[in-house]
Design a protein. Structure first.
Length: 80
């Protein structure tokens, strides 16, 4: 992330199914992905907001707390 830059596009992601035991453990940030920038919605039976889509496992050498303190999240669409 860069100073005073609110939105930065992510590259296209390839979601490839794998068995959990076959996934190599690397430093990463579990980035929440939301449908819109409203980080709210009704809670579903899973305990997540209906606006929440999934977590993206993004490679990062920074600890999880680094990104959480900055409020980093991925969005499917920006507000117009």
């Amino acid at each position: 992330s860069e100073a005073k830059v609110l939105f930065t596009p992510l590259p296209s992601l390839w979601l490839r199914p794998q068995k959990a035991v076959d996934i190599e453990e690397r430093p990463h940030y579990m980035c929440p992905l939301y449908k819109t920038s409203d980080r709210r919605g009704t809670l579903s039976t899973t305990g997540h907001s209906t606006n929440f889509v999934m977590y993206l496992k993004l490679p990062s050498k920074q600890p999880q707390s680094h990104w959480v303190k900055r409020g980093v999240a991925a969005l499917c669409q920006l507000d117009d």
